[in-house]
Design a protein around this ligand. Structure first.
Ligand code: BTN
Length: 328
């Protein structure tokens, strides 16, 4: 029933409780109850006097037929199944618990109540604004090879974004932060499920800020931005999700059939850290130096102040602050 209410409100018009109750064949008090539950979930519903309800702004909701239509228009024929939710704890978590299937499961939600980022961080996941999308792919290869997967995933996201923005300079901060003007546009969380030696499932979870008004709603933790801020227009998330999935499939296929070396030139075009003074933080270690691109294994190349070169497989990077305007 909550789905039906959201679908009615999605056009952004103002509805009276009476209108909703006659369309949905529910009492006004149960409409009111559902509204309160939806508001508690973070759905941006305005309650006007005299029991009138309206969404803060119109929303194009996630829609399976629309996603399928775009996949079809791109001739993407890999067997897949869509799992769309209004609300979920985390789309990655859902796919972790989903029993094995022969098709590629793709899970998206309007809101995540426990969206997860790297290093145990929280992923800000407001209702109906952005993309929270996880997909699970069966891969057969040496587990060591998958260290490059987060980089390849970032390149697939960039390829997707190129189709939706007017050549704005979007960059990748190793290994998988997508930035615009130093602000975070997208992040990915990759989780491995090993079935047997050489056979695994990888869950690729993407959080892409699409329609959030990031300029007027800054986040305390870290500067963020959205495709809306970049292009000054709202975007249909269904189209973006389908485009993202086709690019992920394509990049994953090419990566598994070759290795990271075929992507090095592409990476260099988007490398945010290259030539910058950075500090890399690991659990028990901190190294400061100049970033020098990535190795064929996807490690970050870092030359420290003693000219020693480090090849680093993991860690969190921050820029050495040189001026007040510089952010990471
Ligand atoms: C990061 O940059 O820290 C990674 C963020 C990944 C967020 C996405 S949103 C969809 C999927 N579900 C989650 O709980 N996390 C990922």
């Amino acid at each position: 029933m909550q789905q039906a209410i959201i679908e009615l409100l999605a056009d952004g018009a103002c509805y009276t409780g009476t209108q909703l109750s006659s369309t949905l064949k529910m009492t006004c008090s149960s409409i009111e109850q559902h509204m309160n539950q939806l508001i508690a979930l973070g759905v941006p519903i305005i309650k006007w006097p005299q029991a009138r309800y309206q969404l803060k702004q119109p929303i194009i909701l996630l829609n399976a037929s629309a996603i399928e239509a775009t996949l079809h228009s791109k001739s993407w024929s890999s067997p897949h199944e869509l799992h769309l939710f209004n609300s979920i704890d985390s789309t990655n978590q859902y796919l972790k618990e989903l029993p094995p299937t022969n098709a590629i499961p793709i899970c998206c939600a309007e809101v995540q109540t426990q969206g997860r980022g790297r290093f145990g961080r929280t992923w800000h996941s407001p209702f109906g604004e952005n993309i929270y999308c996880s997909s699970r792919w069966q891969v057969s290869c040496d587990v060591a090879k998958l260290s490059g997967l987060s980089l390849v995933t970032s390149l697939a996201v960039i390829a997707t974004l190129q189709q939706f923005n007017q050549n704005q300079q979007i960059q990748i901060k190793w290994p998988n932060d997508i930035l615009w003007q130093g602000k975070k546009l997208c992040g990915s969380l990759i989780e491995l499920m090993i079935e047997s030696p050489g056979t695994m499932h990888v869950i690729i979870g993407i959080g892409l800020n699409v329609n959030s008004d990031t300029q007027n709603n800054p986040l305390l933790e870290k500067p963020w931005c959205s495709l809306f801020e970049i292009t000054k227009k709202t975007h249909d998330r269904n189209e973006l999700i389908a485009t993202l999935i086709t690019h992920l499939g394509d990049y994953l296929h090419r990566f598994l059939n070759a290795d990271l070396s075929v992507f090095l030139d592409e990476w260099a075009n988007y490398d945010y850290l290259y030539g910058k003074e950075i500090t890399l933080t690991q659990a028990n270690n901190t190294i400061t130096g100049t970033a020098g691109g990535i190795s064929e294994m996807g490690q970050l190349i870092l030359k420290d102040n003693t000219e020693r070169t480090h090849l680093l497989s993991s860690g969190d990077t921050t820029l050495q602050q040189k001026s007040k305007t510089q952010t990471d």
